[in-house]
Design a protein around this ligand. Structure first.
Ligand code: ACM
Length: 417
């Protein structure tokens, strides 16, 4: 039974002189309560009272938003399974409940397909997750109250599909996986029925690996020129009265959404997918600015905020902490529209990150964003947040996260020979 967006996450924790009581209506709430309890455990340093203690508390707790995630790019630089799992430990510790796994991009295709094995063989440098590893990570996350939402970015950011399957491409071969970063090049051809037949087969295989209700199709930064510079695509647009590339992408999205719906999945995508005529069941992830989140909600689409939470930009925790999914234009929405704003996701893009410096990019700033998604809007004092962040940073190290130890190692390396 997969974890669901609608699961009850509340818990209560009472600690008195003679007992500790944790109550929750669901296992997910109990997991959150256990994390709070672990956070409360203190090591006593006085010799007279050696050991551990917890303070007396009476906590009744529940999250403000049901979707609290991290979007993790593993295409630009591959992140091995044990580090993905270590990241999940951190997410669970700060009560984040979604790992959005960005599994394919121009620079690498990172999941084994048994149906189309050329995808990983030609679309990666040999670093990808086997299906057994994917299943293990999904189960690991499930045990810690974290949903895994897979993303396969299409029709743009999809160069890594094309060395293996050039017939999917809008333009002529050759295509090679990209080793730099910058303007995305390869774009899937939305005009051919064979494209959708392929995607139906691929998605049919992937939905068996990823039990979550949501399936992310990316949809960001599609090069209009990759389409409009191709005569056969221009002819298709003319014949079907398609005015521009955005309208062509809308048609692509409609067909992909039907494939996903047929497999029982809800489609999620970056805010470029917010175009007319898609069913209201899809989810909009706002990255180009908070405006798109409010625009989606006004049209009846659920959404999550990522603009303002890009950890790879190396902004201070206080800057992320000040961003709120219900600020900006969202603050003026009607109450029923506000309910469509389900939360947010931090994003970690890996162009300049590897498994070695990943932890120092994520932590401890991600904990400040986690608090933003969990705690009331009124909890917003940055000084107070930094007091907690200092403690949380040390506590995360107890759990095995290496943001400080790896940093020290990396700093010493150029000096020590
Ligand atoms: C994105 O940052 N291109 C979603």
């Amino acid at each position: 039974e997969p974890q669901r967006l609608t699961d009850d996450e509340s818990y209560s924790l009472q600690i008195t002189a003679d007992r500790i009581q944790l109550s929750a209506d669901s296992p997910l709430g109990a997991l959150h309560g256990l994390e709070t309890f672990l956070q409360l455990v203190q090591q006593n340093h006085s010799p007279a009272a050696a050991g551990f203690s917890v303070p007396y508390v009476d906590i009744r707790d529940q999250p403000r938003f049901p979707w609290r995630g991290l979007s993790l790019d593993v295409s630009r630089h591959f992140i091995p399974v044990d580090e993905v799992e270590r990241t999940i430990d951190g997410l669970a510790a700060v009560k984040l409940n979604v790992l959005h796994w960005h599994l394919s991009d121009d620079q690498g295709f990172r999941v084994e397909s048994k149906k189309f094995p050329r995808l990983q063989d030609y679309g990666s440098d040999g670093s990808y997750y086997t299906q057994a590893e994917v299943r293990a990570v999904v189960a690991y996350a499930r045990d810690r109250g974290v949903r895994i939402v897979p993303e396969f970015d299409i029709p743009g950011h999809s160069t890594s599909w094309l060395p293996a399957y050039p017939s999917l491409a809008s333009g002529p071969p050759p295509y090679n996986i990209v080793h730099e970063f910058g303007d995305p090049s390869g774009v899937i051809d939305p005009t051919k029925d064979s494209t959708y037949k392929f995607l139906d087969g691929f998605i049919g295989e992937m939905v068996k690996l990823f039990p979550d209700e949501y399936f992310h199709i990316g949809g960001d930064e599609v090069s209009a020129k990759a389409w409009t510079s191709e005569p056969h695509i221009r002819d298709f647009m003319k014949a079907h009265h398609i005015a521009n590339a955005a309208a062509l992408q809308a048609l692509f999205n409609q067909r992909v959404q039907k494939i996903l719906a047929h497999r029982g999945k809800r489609m999620a995508g970056w805010d470029e997918i917010l175009q007319p005529d898609l069913p209201k069941s899809i989810l909009i992830q706002s990255w180009r600015g908070e405006k798109s989140l409010a625009a989606a909600a006004r049209e009846g689409y659920p959404g999550i905020l990522s603009a303002g939470y890009y950890l790879d930009l190396m902004q201070p925790a206080s800057q992320h902490y000040a961003v709120d999914p219900l600020h900006g234009e969202a603050a003026d929405l009607l109450p029923e529209q506000k309910k469509l704003i389900l939360g947010g996701e931090a994003a970690m893009w890996e162009e300049l990150a590897t498994s070695e410096n990943l932890d120092s990019r994520l932590w401890p700033r991600l904990a400040a964003i986690a608090e933003r998604f969990w705690s009331p809007e009124t909890v917003s004092d940055a000084g107070s947040m930094y007091d907690r962040l200092k403690e949380v940073n040390l506590w995360l190290e107890w759990l095995g996260l290496a943001q400080r130890s790896n940093l020290d190692l990396m700093l010493r390396r150029p000096a020590d020979r």
